[in-house]
Design a protein around this ligand. Structure first.
Ligand SMILES: Cc1cc2nc3c(=O)[nH]c(=O)nc-3n(C[C@H](O)[C@H](O)[C@H](O)COP(=O)(O)OP(=O)(O)OC[C@H]3O[C@@H](n4cnc5c(N)ncnc54)[C@H](O)[C@@H]3O)c2cc1C
Length: 490
């Protein structure tokens, strides 16, 4: 990855050339799709790696060097676009799906475990048995959940009113108690929306629950990388880009997008450490640009006239995710993961094998979404808080020694899924021919997920290819001498 100045550098022009700015999941997807359509692509990424918000790093620890993900990432079987990307980059076997949805849910207060499982029965019966046996809710609450789920399934996702209402108000109006919100709706919603029900747009919540739980029996089966995320989104993605003929320039930032002709765009670069040929600044020129960067950077880079209300991009807020990493001297969690209730801990995953850790110990990750409360707390405070919580959830942790504890923080992990956000998210097409937007924050209908990122990248590439397929100049309208009134296209 990286490489010489190559064919698109400078001002030499040839047909069907694209620059993709941003090597996250959206940019990677767009670059691959453009290359697959026969377009010559250069992908520029400011950081020394691909994968954007889904990445890994190496960290020394008392048990040897660990490969650590910045945050645990999960996807669902209904994430068909993301699964398509995994297939395209030859990484599907690195991030397998459960055969059938099965989530152990542990209540720390009452020391009870109940599993959210599905059967092969048709929707909504696939979850009926599991709901009937869900011990964290009373019979009355379970019945009310069933009724609310059916009402949620009937909402029209195209109704703009849904984006004006918060999910908690809607649930309350459907008789949902605080307990049902905590034990069921937020259990799924916080992890997928990165927002609690009272912070979340009903439109996004309805989309998630309709697609994940009410579309197909297997839709919510969980998948996640059993290797470090970087193996999937940097190494495998990089190899696929290279095989597709995409030039990838890492440590290279786009500084500006400049129009140099009707369909001509130039992107001056800030090249760090001389990774692109020449070592200094370079400019890439192309027929089309896909801008797959976070919203603030898109606002900075978009040329004037690209979007009607550029200030709206800055109105799209962000929400944090925190991961606490704990290495024990022995196994304390006897299953691959669990979800917690009655505790500030949300989800716990076993990352021992994925991290490369050897020996007798176990490496757990606590994945904490909507982490506004903890995101700025010092590591010592988080340690003091989370270790006793883990002991409440996992009795074996009480006897175990903690060999390492550290925290990864992503303050702008996702866009904030608040009411009104869908109205601010821009479409792929801009007001400028040849400039296309991608990114999980654009108008995909999905919350900020890997699925949304892939969908946005595919949409941007499709729109760019459609534009490139048009003739360079529109047909001319001429008057025929025989009939001066008649116009015909040639
Ligand atoms: C801790 C955490 C946990 C998450 N958990 C999940 C999960 O369980 N499931 C799920 O589906 N999603 C999850 N997500 C969300 C998911 O990671 C993102 O939605 C997705 O990765 C966004 O991809 P993207 O390509 O749209 O944007 P980004 O990943 O932000 O990529 C944008 C890229 O553009 C680059 N860039 C910016 N400016 C420039 C410039 N001027 N020139 C060149 N390059 C530039 C950046 O360096 C970056 O690599 C999680 C995110 C985090 C942070």
């Amino acid at each position: 990855m990286s490489g010489g100045a190559g064919p698109v550098a400078g001002r030499r022009r040839a047909a069907r050339r694209a620059v993709v700015i941003g090597g996250g999941i959206a940019g990677t997807t767009a670059a691959l799709a453009l290359a697959d359509a026969g377009v010559q692509v250069v992908l520029v990424e400011g950081r020394p790696r691909l994968g954007g918000l889904a990445f890994s790093f190496r960290r020394p620890s008392p048990v040897g060097e660990l490969t650590v993900d910045n945050g645990h990432h999960v996807y669902l079987r209904c994430c068909t676009a993301y699964r398509g990307l995994l297939d395209r980059i030859g990484a599907a076997e690195l991030a397998p799906l459960q055969k059938r949805l099965d989530i152990p849910v542990v209540d720390a207060e009452h020391r009870r475990v109940s599993r959210l499982r599905r059967t092969a029965l048709p929707v909504p019966l696939h979850l009926a048995g599991s709901l009937a046996r869900y011990r964290h809710l009373s019979l009355r609450e379970r019945l009310s959940v069933g009724r609310a789920a059916l009402a949620l399934g009937r909402l029209d996702l195209d109704d703009p009113e849904l984006d004006r209402v918060d999910f908690a108000s809607w649930l309350r109006a459907r008789g949902q108690s605080e307990r049902t919100v905590e034990a069921l709706w937020d259990l799924v919603g916080v992890a997928t929306l990165n927002a609690r029900a009272h912070q979340a747009s009903l439109a996004l919540a309805a989309m998630v629950f309709q697609t994940g739980l009410l579309s197909d029996p297997g839709a919510a089966d969980l998948g996640w990388a059993r290797t470090p995320l970087g193996e999937v989104h940097h190494t495998r993605a990089g190899a696929a880009l290279e095989a597709a003929g995409v030039r990838v320039l890492l440590q290279t930032r786009a500084v500006e997008i400049r129009r140099t002709g009707e369909d001509d765009w130039c992107v001056p670069l800030d090249v760090k450490h001389g990774r692109a040929a020449g070592g200094g600044d370079e400019e890439l020129c192309a027929d089309t640009v896909v801008l797959a960067v976070p919203q603030e950077e898109a606002h900075r880079l978009l040329p004037e006239g690209a979007v009607e209300h550029p200030e709206r991009l800055l109105g799209i807020g962000t929400a944090p995710i925190l991961n606490a990493h704990v290495v024990y001297d022995r196994p304390v969690l006897r299953q691959p993961f669990l979800a917690a209730l009655g505790s500030s801990v949300q989800w716990v995953f076993d990352r021992t094998e994925a991290s490369g850790m050897t020996g007798e110990g176990q490496y757990l990750v606590l994945s904490q979404s909507a982490a506004q409360d903890g995101i700025d707390q010092p590591v010592a405070a988080l340690r003091k808080h989370y270790l006793p919580e883990l002991e409440r959830l996992l009795p074996d942790a009480r006897e175990a020694e903690v060999l390492d504890f550290f925290v990864t923080r992503e303050r702008t992990a996702t866009f904030a899924a608040v009411p009104g956000v869908n109205g601010l998210r821009p479409a792929t097409a801009t007001g400028l021919p040849g400039i296309h937007l991608a990114g999980a924050w654009t108008d995909t209908g999905w919350p900020a997920t890997m699925e949304g990122a892939v969908r946005s990248g595919t949409a941007a590439a499709r729109a760019a290819v459609a534009r490139l397929a048009r003739p360079a100049h529109p047909p001319l309208a001429v008057r025929r001498p025989a009939d001066p009134q008649q116009e015909a296209a040639i």
